[in-house]
Every structure is written in structure tokens, then in C-alpha cells.
Write a protein that binds this ligand. Structure first.
Ligand SMILES: O=C(O)C(=O)C[C@]1(C(=O)O)C=C[C@@H](O)C=C1
Length: 288
């Protein structure tokens, strides 16, 4: 059976993993913090890890990108998007007035994953500016902490299923600042993902530019441009070795098997850039 490492049961990551692997028998191993999700597969305890990497509202998850680049050497084997619908969760009987209606002033603290909370900042500012905000390892962890402390005036931002599973109320549904909020996930691990097929492939590479080479980034991009190779994302991350030194992370809408791509990468290496392939993998769109 496939072993999959994932953030706490009831997290968005958990729901997204079940969506990707629906119809496949999976042994899920849950971890409280993302570093342990990465390490589980790096150390061979699991076959794959589920990594949230980008969100519609909050953009790239820098911490997870840096883990992928610096801390483990596990290829990307699939990407997919999954809706990130956040809700305010807590014990309504403790957080409402005599009329049974939610009374925001009774909430003293809101807990969630930092990325989930970042998706709801306008809502929090409007209704809960008086409350303390606290970051925890996942939305699911926030919900269980609230369940364990029902008389404290605490609420969580998390998933409806986590509220139900913990006997809590959904105080307010859909509290993200924009609709159509999705998170892009990566499946990383040593073996290719074969449970589902996709017609769309991507390749992710990491480029280190040579020092003192004017126009190097321009030349990198032109190697793709004149071959009409489509890029879906380009992002820079610090090398952490010297202030001002950055890697460029590029997502290419093409499989590494396509003849044009290896020649573009060779051309980029020829100008003195280091190219590391982070994976060439199927991409799945969400079909509600
Ligand atoms: O806390 C969770 O539920 C997670 O799965 C983590 C995470 C993230 O790291 O981006 C995943 C997706 C959501 O956008 C918010 C939080």
C-alpha cells in the first residue's frame, strides 16, 4: 500500500491528498509540522509527501519552497490544485449571546495555520480586531486546540469536516477575503506517480546564474522564448549564502521528454548557469 505523509488529519492538505488519491488504497501518516512531512519521505518512512506550495490569495509558501530546494532532494511527481475554503469554527454556545447568535466580542483568540490566516486578514480585521491571533501547525490542529479548550473564548479558522469531527460549530462559512481561493499542492517522492493519468505535464527547474554576467537572466528567458516554450511561473528565492544572491525557480509547461526542452536547458548551461531539475510531472486541474 502507498504510504503518504501529510499534515494533520482534517487539514486542507489531508482533503487535497484524498482528492488526488481517490480510488487508490493509501496508508496516510499524519504529522503536526511541515518539516516532518518532508522528512518522512526523505528518511524512507513514507513513499510520498503532500506539500502545499502556492495559494491564490497568499502566493508562494516560501517556507515550503525553501524546504524543497535546500533541505530535501525529492523530485516533484505531481501537482494539482484544491479549493481552500476557510471557516470560523468554535463552540457556538460559549461564543453567542442569549439570543444564540454569534457574538464576536466573546472571541478572545483565533488560531490557524499562518497561510490560512493570511487568506482571511480582511475578515479578521473587520470582525475580530480585538482578538489575539495565533499561528499553529495546521488548520486541523487549530480546531482540535479549540475543542480541547471550549471555555476559553477561542475560535479556529479551518475546514468544515474538522469542525464536525470535533463536535464544534461552523460559526461563519467561507471567511476568505476572495472567492475562488485555491491551493496548489506538490506530491514529492522518489517514484513516479502512476495512480492517475493527465494530458498536461510540467517541468520545474532551479537556475543559479553565473556571477558577473550581464544579461544572464535575459539569456535564460530567451532560450525558452525563441523555442516558444511556455513558462507558467518564475520566482526568485535567496541562496542563503550571500546577501543579494538568488536562485530562479521556473515552472515550464512541458515534459522533459519533449525534445525542445533538453536543448534549451543545455543552452542555459552553456552560458555558465547551474540547472537543477526539480521534477517533470503530470499536472491535474480540479474538477469539483
Ligand atoms: O493548515 C492546513 O490545513 C494545511 O493543509 C496547510 C495549508 C498551507 O500550508 O498552505 C494548506 C492549504 C491552505 O491554503 C492553508 C494552509
Amino acid at each position: 500500500m502507498i504510504r503518504v505523509a501529510c499534515l494533520t488529519q482534517g487539514s486542507v492538505s489531508d482533503e487535497a491528498a484524498r482528492y488526488l488519491f481517490s480510488g487508490t488504497e493509501v496508508d496516510y501518516k499524519y504529522y503536526r509540522i511541515i518539516g516532518d512531512v518532508f522528512l518522512a519521505t526523505a528518511e524512507g518512512t513514507t513513499d510520498y509527501s503532500i506539500i502545499p506550495i502556492e495559494n491564490t490569495i497568499d502566493g508562494s509558501v516560501s517556507l515550503h519552497t525553501d524546504w524543497l530546494i535546500d533541505e530535501v532532494n525529492l523530485p516533484i511527481q505531481a501537482e494539482w490544485v484544491y479549493p481552500s475554503i476557510q471557516n470560523l469554527i468554535g463552540p457556538l454556545s460559549e461564543l453567542s449571546g442569549d439570543d444564540g447568535v454569534l457574538d464576536y466580542s466573546r472571541i478572545t483568540k483565533v488560531m490557524s495555520h499562518p497561510v490560512a490566516m493570511a487568506q482571511c486578514l480582511q475578515y479578521l480585521r473587520k470582525h475580530l480586531a480585538h482578538a489575539k491571533l495565533e499561528h499553529v501547525g495546521s488548520t486541523a490542529e487549530a480546531v482540535t486546540i479549540v475543542k480541547d479548550n471550549p471555555l476559553s473564548g477561542w475560535a479556529a479558522i479551518g475546514q468544515i469536516t474538522a469542525a464536525w469531527n470535533n463536535g464544534l460549530d461552523v460559526l461563519e462559512r467561507g471567511v476568505t477575503d476572495h472567492d475562488n481561493n485555491f491551493t496548489r499542492f506538490l506530491l514529492i517522492g522518489p517514484e513516479p506517480f502512476s495512480s492517475r493519468q493527465s494530458g498536461t505535464y510540467k517541468t520545474s527547474i532551479l537556475i543559479t546564474l553565473p556571477e558577473d554576467y550581464p544579461g544572464a537572466l535575459h539569456q535564460v528567458l530567451s532560450a525558452f522564448a525563441w523555442r516558444k516554450i511556455n513558462l507558467s511561473r518564475i520566482e526568485s528565492r535567496p541562496t542563503k549564502k550571500k546577501l543579494g544572491n538568488y536562485y530562479f525557480l521556473i515552472d515550464i509547461e512541458m515534459s522533459l521528454d519533449t525534445v525542445l526542452l533538453p536543448s534549451a536547458l543545455s543552452e542555459i548551461e552553456a552560458i555558465g548557469c547551474q540547472v537543477r531539475t526539480l521534477g517533470s510531472y503530470p499536472s491535474f486541474t480540479y474538477e469539483g
